[in-house]
Design a protein around this ligand. Sequence first.
Ligand SMILES: C[S@@+](CC[C@H](N)C(=O)[O-])C[C@H]1O[C@@H](n2cnc3c(N)ncnc32)[C@H](O)[C@@H]1O
Length: 390
Amino acid sequence: MEPLRVLELYSGIGGMHYALKESSVPAEVVAAVDVNTTANEIYKHNFPNTPLLPKTIEGMTLHDFDKLNFDVILMSPPCQPFTRIGLQGDVADPRTKSFLYILELLPRLSKRPCFILLENVKGFETSAARDALLKTLRECDYSFQEFLISPTSLGIPNSRLRYFLIAKRPPGSFSFPTSIMEGFPMCESPDSLAVPHNNPTSSECEREKSGTIIFKLETEQELGRKRIQDSRETVRRLQDFLQEDKEDMDQYLLPPKTLLRYALLMDVVQPSCRRSVCFTKGYGHYVEGTGSVLQSCVDVELETVFKNLELLSEEDKLKQLLQLKLRYFTPREIANLMGFPADFTFPKHISVKQQYRVLGNSLNIHVVSHLILSLKWFIQLYSMSSKVIK
Ligand SMILES: C[S@@+](CC[C@H](N)C(=O)[O-])C[C@H]1O[C@@H](n2cnc3c(N)ncnc32)[C@H](O)[C@@H]1O
């Protein structure tokens, strides 16, 4: 089978490229396009032989696209215009401009790609940008399927609920049972049990509904849900994703000021837990809602530390909290949870803050790889029919 020619748009640090590799579908990334200098350096460091175009997508002409002669587009357009916490500028947000440009180009390409895979945040499915995408796909004779999937569906202890769309041109068409599938086909979806996805407003609402706070501003209902998540044996424990070499770990400990200010708002997990909340690009910099923190000393009970904490003096409060040895997950640990292979590395000069930022913008590789694999049968069909045409 001849390798598919893949165009990776909004390539970032290459999450799509790694997913493609993991799927083992014969394919070659003929070009990756991204405008971010740091992400591009990291991409180049890991994929030195892939042509990387450090430019804006809207800066490329129809002719530039045609020359690449690609069969597949993999893309994760900027998600800020669609996040539930953001302003939801949708198609009016300047960051959506390049995506609308792609939709405008698609019907005009001399050869339309046979497959398209798109990733975005939950929230995209109700946007005008999604309506525009579906309209263009229908006009260009694509069949498509949409999904809302979190890595927990694959037994990974990290919530990262995302919108995905796969689209294909004839021959063959999809026959999935529902318009937006929650989880993979044939896969039990434990997403309904997922913690609120970094959405403080939703947990505030629940708190109002379910009343009593047990400890750490958490209600019985919230704690109950976390307990259920931790009891799912189909999901692996966080300890499988942690770095063993403990050198330099002190730099990840939460500083006293952060502990005193934000302790009650943090999502704390232990190595034995089977859950963590989504790591976003502000992780390590902002505390609230950006990702879980790890309790590295497990000899102390979380509940004991947090019970009546607010009644203590600042000094005693700090003493209590320090016992837990709370630390941030390292960038490597987040990369492990997101499915980046061991040979993925950062260039030496990329700071920890930059590493968190680009990882927060990236995607779960195993999830995307599974979606690519769901296309395998159609890819073989495509490859056979294109041979016949040749
Ligand atoms: C959600 S991230 C994609 C991350 C990528 N899938 C990964 O694994 O790292 C969006 C990316 O789009 C890039 N981007 C945003 N607007 C762009 C534009 N107009 N042209 C090219 N790249 C753009 C950003 O620099 C960012 O790296």
